[in-house]
Design a protein around this ligand. Structure first.
Ligand code: IYR
Length: 228
């Protein structure tokens, strides 16, 4: 599907050019982007201060600019600000997480999480001013109501979610990439159709005053990059 209805038999093409930066400009742009991304931390303690609606919309437009399989754009971003809906989501998420932490997650998983000191309490789902729920569309529905397979929906939703986190971070906001699985409750609470599967639940806001984050490190370049 294109932005409006089915795609044409073939797309017309457009000229595409990018201004070539000098080597120095390229390096400084890449370094500046890295430095911005390095300011991002996953946060679990949010301020309840409101965030500008326009920043959320712009960040979602940035996410929706991501590449996707056959340009099918298999995603929906649901923005939740209503305290009553946030409360419903918190209650349902905590119910799942209580089970996760009390028998559903195997010991190996619990041991991997132990250093992060997480547990089933998810008060941030009510405190953060905005929740963005990313839905992945495994198939679309055409004008005649027929199913249209979406290709690489998981990869596409993942790339778009990465763009979303980067855009919110660039605007100075904190996020949490949260997956209180199984997440079917999000489809029900938010009234989304059957072809949409909850992919990520992202609380967004400012870090709380006095917020602390674990002193974790990213792997150095020499461990993650291989040249052959
Ligand atoms: N969803 C649970 C458990 C959890 C799982 C992973 I993988 C994490 O990186 C962090 C938490 C929770 O949010 O507590």
């Amino acid at each position: 599907m294109s932005a409006s209805g089915p795609p044409p038999e073939t797309y017309p093409t457009l000229p595409y050019e990018r201004e070539r930066l000098s080597r120095e400009e390229m390096i400084s742009a890449a370094r500046a982007f890295l430095e911005t991304l390095r300011k991002r931390r996953t946060v679990r303690e949010f301020s309840s201060d409101p965030v500008p609606d326009e920043v959320i919309s712009l960040a979602i437009e940035a996410a929706a600019s991501a590449p996707s399989g056959a340009n099918q754009q298999p995603w929906t971003f649901v923005v939740v600000r209503d305290p009553a809906v946030k409360r419903e989501i918190r209650i349902a998420a905590e119910k799942e997480e209580h089970e996760n932490y009390n028998g559903r997650m195997p010991d190996e998983w619990l041991r991997a999480l132990a250093p992060l000191q997480t547990d089933w309490h998810k008060e941030f789902l009510e405190i953060a001013p905005v929740l963005i729920v990313v839905f992945r569309q495994d198939y679309g529905i055409d004008d005649q109501g027929r199913h249209v397979t979406h290709y690489y929906a998981g990869e596409s939703a993942g790339i778009a979610s990465g763009f979303l986190l980067a855009a919110l971070n660039a605007a100075g906001l904190a996020t949490l990439t949260h997956t209180p699985s199984p997440m079917g409750f999000l489809r029900e609470i938010l009234g989304r159709p059957k072809n949409e599967k909850p992919y990520l639940l992202i609380p967004v806001g400012y870090p709380a005053e006095g917020c602390r984050v674990p002193d974790i490190r990213k792997k150095p370049l020499r461990e993650v990059m291989v040249e052959r």
